[in-house]
Design a protein around this ligand. Structure first.
Ligand SMILES: *Cc1c(COP(=O)(O)O)cnc(C)c1O
Length: 238
């Protein structure tokens, strides 16, 4: 079945999902890993609800979004599907924490104590929890969000006081480059940072890898890959 995406292109979401899942599994096998260890997070940002419905029909139960308002509207659209989970993957401003706490199941871009405290306050009132990944700027590009690797522990030591947040691991966006070695170095740095931090402060998961680099991320230990274009087709640039 084909669906019309954000840019009006017809895309076979079910076929793409199956192909990407097979590629994820193959990358796991190539890396000597169990495919059951790696979650595929379909990134549906910018695409209309009908496209997400096609993915749901093909078995997707988790969607990644980066704009709070858009995600909240989609969560509303799927309100009668309690098995659907929402992952916010983009930088979050502290004035949006209340809204995110109401519907999100995961945040992959935690990068400040202010946001963590705002989320905890709202989650506590709502009697909800949120799985969080602390975002690391592994490429040291100044325009990228995320904490510098050396600043991660200072945030982690504050999080046990905010028990609605379940700290599952680290998230990173690698350098956007054709230089495979430079991309791999970002994933390696993130995995090494995870290894250096106490397990009682940080889960062992790694959210890393996108359409262009998920196989490499899996080779370096990714446990969640966030894949948009390879499943849903091109997005409008904005
Ligand atoms: C959009 C986005 C993705 C998915 O990127 P694709 O190239 O479409 O696979 C992954 N992670 C983050 C943080 C994103 O914003």
């Amino acid at each position: 079945m084909v669906s019309e995406t954000a840019v009006g292109v017809e895309v076979d979401v079910a076929a793409n999902l199956a192909r990407v899942r097979a590629e994820v599994d193959a990358a796991c096998v190539a890396a000597g890993r169990d495919p059951g260890e790696v979650r595929l997070l379909p990134v549906s940002k910018t695409h209309p609800p009908a496209v997400l419905e096609a993915a749901y029909a093909a078995g997707a139960r988790l969607f990644g979004e980066n704009k709070v308002q858009e995600a909240a509207e989609k969560a509303d659209h799927f309100a009668d599907h309690p098995d659907v989970r929402w992952a916010m993957i983009g930088h979050l401003q502290s004035n949006k924490t209340r809204q995110v706490a109401a519907f999100a199941d995961e945040l992959h871009a935690l990068d400040s104590l202010k946001v963590a405290r705002g989320l905890h306050r709202a989650l506590h009132e709502l009697d909800r929890t949120l799985d969080v990944f602390v975002q690391v700027n592994s490429s040291a590009e100044p325009q990228k969000s995320g904490l510098a690797p050396e600043d991660v522990e200072a945030l982690l030591v504050e999080l046990p006081a905010l028990p609605t947040l379940r700290v599952r691991g680290l998230m990173t966006l690698a350098l956007n480059s054709d230089d495979e070695g430079a991309v791999a170095a970002c994933f390696q740095r993130t995995a090494a940072l995870r290894d250096s931090l106490p397990p009682e402060l940080l889960g062992r998961e790694l959210s890393m890898g996108m359409s262009g680099d998920f196989a490499l991320a899996i080779a370096h230990g990714a446990t969640t890959v966030r894949v948009g274009q390879a499943i849903f087709g091109a997005r409008e640039t904005r």
